[in-house]
Ligand binder design. Structure first.
Ligand SMILES: Cc1cc2nc3c(=O)[nH]c(=O)nc-3n(C[C@H](O)[C@H](O)[C@H](O)COP(=O)(O)OP(=O)(O)OC[C@H]3O[C@@H](n4cnc5c(N)ncnc54)[C@H](O)[C@@H]3O)c2cc1C
Length: 455
């Protein structure tokens, strides 16, 4: 990639101020933008610019192109792979003022929103019309629509509704030269060449800045049934999930975690664990009929003999979910983890989990490993505490195990700067060359998020 300016000229900074207004060009107290959510990746952005419209984003990117300044797009900064890491001379373009929320279109079950709208806000807008936005995960109150598109975020409902990519029916984005793409009609059928929304989805800010999107909403079922099962092992979790999926097509989420993680959450956040078990499976169903007795009958008929807790109201549901969703935050209370977000075949999960624990312990018995994730997707979040932030020996160990199981080194969080060194474990050289060719065609100066995705 071509080099960019390390020192910003006064002329460039003045021009930015004219575009967005001086208060929205920040040059001091940038730690909240420069350090990632985990605290592992600490950058040094030259400036943070906060546009309030697509036209302002367009003018900013044109100026960056004219002055050869590198740009790091940023939404809620909840990404976990150092994708918003800005180095010397880079400016961060924050989407947090792109907050328009359009009317819910109940006929098409769609909504148009700005890139800086939070996932929780989309969920609330949908809910007020009896609908639902299907993307959901622990960072819903801080992650933005633009960030989730750029990372193709997954979350707890991928099993039933797919990842972010499956929710996008229209996109608006600004290309590195300032040109604007506006394709927001939300047509479900539109086979007119390359799918640009899909290309931008998962591009991690390397091709342009997403400024708005039209999103698919789904029907909201009246009854949610949430069940926590105590299992003997990861093997039993996988078997129960398989049986449940055969029987129930209304399963929204199937989350796995272990006793060590549950204990950590319990002590960090004063959450109670209903019963002790080596492994836990948290299931959530949504439907228009009460499924409690069907689930009970299924468990009685199956070989499952462990403990079971059913949430029968919203507060007990929240309590069960906190045990799973507070894992990320609880782990961060005891150190700065090396995080891995990987997929393997669901049937390989038990062997894979054992192999990761064994190989990390062989490398250093003092390091601790916390594993949890989305059981039905084969997607585990592995957190290793102990190695220093810059010691990537553990990354090498874990990602090699993933490759041995023919898995993906990034299931949901993206590649960012953290995983780019290992991209070839999951993608062939031909695929990487094709991605680089697309990048060069759209961003010939190499200005968009230059630390991310490619070495
Ligand atoms: C507690 C917790 C739980 C999480 N759980 C999940 C989970 O279950 N599933 C999951 O997938 N992720 C999860 N994440 C990771 C994270 O929330 C997602 O990656 C989310 O999509 C990031 O959104 P953001 O707005 O914070 O983006 P940022 O962190 O600000 O940015 C992420 C990437 O997107 C790019 N980007 C941001 N905005 C734009 C834009 N408008 N245009 C172009 N590029 C842009 C950035 O340059 C960067 O590369 C979790 C994070 C936390 C802290």
């Amino acid at each position: 990639m071509i080099g960019h300016e390390k020192v910003l000229s006064a002329d460039f900074v003045n021009s930015l101020q004219q575009v967005v207004g001086t208060p929205h060009v920040l040059s001091t107290d940038l730690a909240g933008y420069g350090t990632d959510w985990t605290g592992r990746f600490i950058g040094s952005p030259a400036l943070v610019v906060r546009p309030a419209s697509t036209s302002e984003v367009s003018k900013i990117l044109l100026l960056c192109s004219q002055h050869n300044v590198a740009v790091v797009p940023q939404g809620g900064n909840t990404g976990l792979v150092g994708g918003t890491l800005a180095h010397e001379g880079h400016i961060i373009v924050s989407s947090r003022r792109l907050t328009s929320i359009g009317a819910v279109d109940t006929a098409s079950q769609q909504i148009s929103v700005g890139a800086g709208v939070l996932i929780e806000q989309v969920q609330e807008a949908a809910k007020s019309h009896g609908l639902r936005y299907a993307v959901d995960f622990g960072a819903r109150g801080s992650a933005t629509v633009g960030g989730t598109i750029a990372t193709n975020a997954g979350g707890i409902n991928v099993l039933r509704f797919g990842s972010t990519r499956h929710q996008i029916v229209g996109i608006e984005a600004v290309l590195p030269n300032g040109d604007v793409i506006e394709h927001m009609a939300g047509l479900l059928k539109d086979n007119t060449g390359y799918d640009i929304a899909s290309l931008l989805c998962g591009s991690e800010g390397t091709l342009g800045i997403v400024t708005a999107a039209r999103l698919r909403l789904v029907a909201s079922h009246n009854l949610r049934t949430t069940v926590l099962l105590g299992c003997d092992s990861a093997q039993e979790v996988v078997e129960v999930v398989g049986g449940i999926r055969q029987q129930f097509d209304c399963l929204d989420a199937a989350e796995m975690f272990f006793l060590d993680g549950a204990n950590l959450v319990a002590s960090a956040f004063d959450v109670s664990i209903p019963f002790v078990a080596p492994a836990y499976l948290l299931l959530e169903f949504s439907s228009d009929i009460d499924l409690s007795s069907d689930i009970e009958q299924f468990l009685t008929r199956s070989q499952f003999r462990g403990h079971c807790a059913v949430a029968d109201n919203e507060s007990s549901r929240t309590r069960l979910w906190r045990l799973r969703e507070e894992h990320t935050a609880a782990i961060s209370t005891i150190g700065v983890p090396h995080k891995f977000d990987v997929t393997v075949a669901v049937s390989d999960l038990p062997l894979f989990i054992n192999a990761v624990r064994r190989r990390v312990s062989d490398a250093n018995a003092e390091w601790s490993v916390y594993i949890f994730g989305h059981a039905a997707d084969g997607n585990m979040h592995i957190n290793v505490l102990g190695p220093t932030a810059n010691d990537v020996s553990v990354d090498e160990i874990v990602l090699q195990v993933v490759a041995e199981f023919k898995g993906s080194i990034s299931a949901e969080h993206g590649v960012g700067s953290a995983k780019k060194k290992w991209l070839s474990l999951s993608r062939s050289q031909t695929e990487i060359d094709m991605m680089k060719a697309i990048k060069s065609a759209i961003d010939p100066q190499g200005l968009m998020n230059p630390n991310t995705l490619f070495v």
